[in-house]
Design a binder for this molecule. Structure first.
Ligand code: MG
Length: 436
């Protein structure tokens, strides 16, 4: 039984993710681990799922420490003191979703082997509790937010007091528990939007993308701020708006952070769909590409001992602090950077290449055979990488053909210095011929 997707167990409350399932996951996890720390973001089903998980873990003999409403990076940081961490969150998904994400003490999400262990135990149906006098304890720890804040503040330089005004949009997500105080602690003049926690996410869709950040863009101009910062529902993701109220794209953000984090001759890890502006902005670094998903990026950072990695969706991983993407640390780090140079100027220095994205309908059963044909055809165009779909690199651009993980579609992405439409058309023709 497949429970875990690319970002933990996630689905609609009381349909895909039920109390019964959470109890079984808790029993399975509790039988493998002696201690766990658990937290949740503010979504409506969070506490319900948390209670079921705790009951299962304690019943299996595992001691559980509750840290309450926290961000995912706060929970992942707290996990360093326990055998594992459990976060009840559906990240950037809307209110009807809930999910469970499991963490190792080093801030790395459970890998595929660990996920399979849980899946097999849940599927086996023979999960039972321990003797009455061996059940685990449940305690509460109210220091997780403070400890996470202190860790971040010890890794960034404070700014000259009140020299920098920032508008912060927490989107009613868990970021409100830590980010406003932390940025004030750095010395920023902080104007908050939607810092009140609300699991209905009434202010905006929790995903911090260009379309959802209209209010933030306006507020940055209105308050004459140096930048705007937005987080998703559990604040592992962070995106920014520059001093002109312009949304900084994920590829631009990745190139800007990497420019500061990667040492000369260092390594940067990004997913296969990342723009070549990253390669062009960092000519002295090795750029390693992985499957799409922050867990794969984190695993590759650990394996290659990379300086930095991230995903254009807004996940930034700074391995010197954690393998968990941290939208609070990233915000603090960006503020440190823009003290010396405006964010818009950093954007302007980056090259801009046209990108074209589209999809071709393809039945799920046919995806495998179609991709085999696409792969051999694309091999004639240039250097091929096939870790996630097929990506072919040419002198003037790249083309990626990937089967969608959730829909009956094949996705095509093309980016080129010149002739992006022609490149996209080549990709589409190859896919259509394979389908014919
Ligand atoms: Mg998230």
């Amino acid at each position: 039984m497949k429970l875990f997707g690319s970002s933990g167990i996630r689905g609609i409350t009381n349909k895909e993710i039920t109390v019964d399932l959470a109890l079984k996951v808790g029993l399975a996890l509790g039988s493998l681990k002696e201690s766990a720390v658990i937290g949740r973001d503010p979504r409506i089903a969070g506490e319900m799922i948390e209670h079921a998980l705790i009951s299962g873990m304690v019943s299996a003999g595992c001691d559980v420490v509750r840290v309450g409403l926290v961000t995912t990076p706060t929970l992942a940081h707290a996990a360093r003191n326990y055998d594992c961490g459990v976060m009840v969150t559906a990240s950037h998904n809307t209110s009807e979703y809930v999910g469970i994400k499991l963490w190792n003490p080093d801030g790395m999400a459970f890998d595929s082997t660990q996920q399979e262990e849980i899946e097999e135990a849940v599927a086996s149906g023979d999960l039972t509790g321990v003797e009455w006098n061996n059940i685990g304890n449940v305690t509460t720890d109210s220091n997780a937010v403070r400890e996470h804040s202190e860790m971040i503040l010890s890794n960034v330089k404070p700014i000259k007091p009140a020299s920098l005004r920032v508008v912060l949009d927490c989107g009613c997500g868990a970021g409100g528990t830590i980010t406003p105080d932390l940025l004030r602690g750095m010395g920023c003049d902080v104007i908050t939007l939607n810092a009140q926690l609300d699991g209905y996410f009434p202010a905006r869709n929790p995903e911090p993308n260009d379309a959802n950040l209209g209010l933030l863009k306006k507020a940055v101009l209105e308050f004459d701020a140096s930048l705007g910062i937005a987080q998703d529902g559990d604040a592992d993701r962070m995106m920014a708006v520059d001093e002109n109220g312009v949304f900084v794209t994920g590829d631009e953000m990745l190139a800007i952070f990497a420019g500061y984090e990667c040492k000369a001759g260092g390594t940067l890890v990004v997913p296969v769909d990342t723009s070549m502006i990253v390669d062009d902005a960092l000519p002295d670094s090795t750029v390693v590409r992985t499957r799409v998903g922050d867990v794969y990026v984190a695993e590759e950072i650990k394996r290659t001992r990379a300086d930095f990695g991230g995903e254009p969706s807004g996940s930034w991983i700074f391995p010197q602090v954690s393998y968990c993407p941290d939208g609070i640390y990233a915000a603090a780090r960006l503020i440190e950077i823009v003290q010396d140079v405006r964010l818009g100027e950093l954007r302007d220095k980056l090259p801009q290449y046209p990108t074209k994205r589209g999809t071709v309908v393809c039945d799920n059963e046919r995806k495998g055979s179609v991709m085999d044909m696409v792969g051999s055809e694309m091999g004639t165009l240039g250097t091929v990488t096939d870790i996630d779909g097929v990506r072919v690199e040419m002198d003037d651009g790249w083309l990626l053909v990937r089967p969608s993980g959730t829909e009956p579609k094949i996705r095509i992405t093309a980016e080129a210095r010149t002739g992006v439409n022609e490149l996209y058309d080549i990709g589409e023709r190859i896919v259509r011929e394979a389908l014919a």
